[in-house]
Design a protein around this ligand. Structure first.
Ligand SMILES: Cc1ncc(COP(=O)(O)O)c(C=O)c1O
Length: 352
């Protein structure tokens, strides 16, 4: 990489540093090589960016995002953060962990019914001391968040509804713009030029990597793999990248055509493991001792493995798999991962 690129990195870091940010995640996370998996697949060098090791409540990508989002929130001096998310949300778990570190109380309003078996992220939410409430649908969730805010106010507290924070999407993009520089720096330091990144993304984190590629003239390919059919990911990613560029005062524009995102590894639906994803979980575990999850990272790894098997890479190329976390889901999908008949009630798993 030409030395001039370091100037671009430093300039971008300076722009990011102008945005309020708290220190919550353990950063930088490690990048490790996965030589056994690479040998088994007969493909390129594989590196794993361990964002499952961001250090709070089992880690994950949202801790990077929360550094920006909660920085905005604390400006209003709340004592209680209220957040509405899915029953088995990784984001909810990381939000509670981050709020604990900041000395804030958390009320979670989760969409779904309280399951008879408390497992996975929900178990961690309770262990972290979140006050958990349930709502059957999105309208009920909104009403429950507003009611919780009212209760906190009536008791003399200062609530903050995190869903109303305008930073959600842009915070993820900022986080992964920063993380891309972190990874390029780490890998370059190890003498590795990255050819391709794989990351599970519905568009938010990928927006940051896409912006990094465009603004820093990166020669790598970025392949996002979505875990749901909820969004038109290329359009969403470009739009978030451009909002982020604007916030940073950059002229850079990202077009939907710049975005590579695969929706062909979702399988039966969001939150439901797939055979290919489960195979990927097993391969990472058995060859590298790395635990992926069957809902997000396993499906993304399945895409990477399929591409390697299709011989899309030369042996001397370097692929980076960004491990975005989500590992508590292995405990709700225990039998699927072992190829056994399903035993836990579906509500426990939070699948839709
Ligand atoms: C483990 C994991 N990976 C990836 C994602 C998707 O990230 P995003 O769409 O925010 O880029 C999520 C989102 O919740 C997640 O929990």
């Amino acid at each position: 990489m030409p030395a001039a690129d370091y100037g671009l990195f430093a300039a971008m870091r300076e722009r990011i540093a102008r945005i309020p940010r708290l220190s919550i995640a353990v950063r930088p996370t490690p990048v490790t090589e996965a030589p056994n998996l690479a040998r088994y697949l007969g493909g390129p060098r594989i590196f794993v960016k361990r964002d499952d090791l961001t250090g709070v409540a089992f880690g994950g990508n949202k801790l990077r995002n929360l550094e920006f989002r909660l920085a905005r929130a604390v400006q209003e001096k709340p004592d209680t953060v209220i957040v509405g998310l899915d029953l088995q949300s990784n984001s909810a778990r990381q939000t509670v962990g981050a709020c604990n570190k900041l000395g804030l109380r958390t009320i979670l309003v989760l969409e779904g019914r309280r399951p008879s078996v408390v497992q996975g992220n929900l178990l961690v939410d309770y262990l972290l001391g979140a006050e958990v409430r349930f709502a059957v649908d999105a309208a009920g969730q909104r009403a429950a968040m507003d009611a919780a805010a009212e209760e906190v106010r009536a008791a003399g507290g200062r609530p903050y509804i995190l869903n109303d924070n305008p930073m959600f999407d842009v915070a993820s993009a900022l986080a992964y713009l920063d993380a891309t520089i972190e990874m390029l720096d780490q890998l370059h330091g190890a003498g590795v030029e990255v050819d391709c990144f794989y990351m599970s993304s519905g568009g938010k984190g990928q927006a940051g990597v896409a912006l990094a590629k465009k603004a820093l003239a990166g020669r790598f390919t970025m392949r996002g793999v979505t875990a749901s059919h909820k969004h038109d990911v290329p359009n969403r990613t470009a739009s978030i990248a451009n909002q982020t560029a604007k916030m940073l005062g950059l002229e850079t524009r990202v077009e939907p055509g710049d975005i590579e995102n695969y929706d062909t590894y979702v399988g039966k639906g969001y939150g439901i493991p797939s055979e290919a994803g489960n195979e990927a979980v097993r391969l990472f575990g058995r060859h590298e001792g790395i635990i992926l999850d069957p809902v997000y990272t396993g499906k993304c790894a399945a895409a990477m493995i399929a591409h390697i098997r299709e011989r899309r890479f030369r042996r001397d190329e370097a692929v980076v798999f960004v491990h975005t976390g989500g590992t508590p889901a292995i405990f709700t999908w225990n039998d699927d991962l072992l190829g056994l008949p399903r035993s836990l009630p579906i509500a426990t798993r939070g699948a839709t």
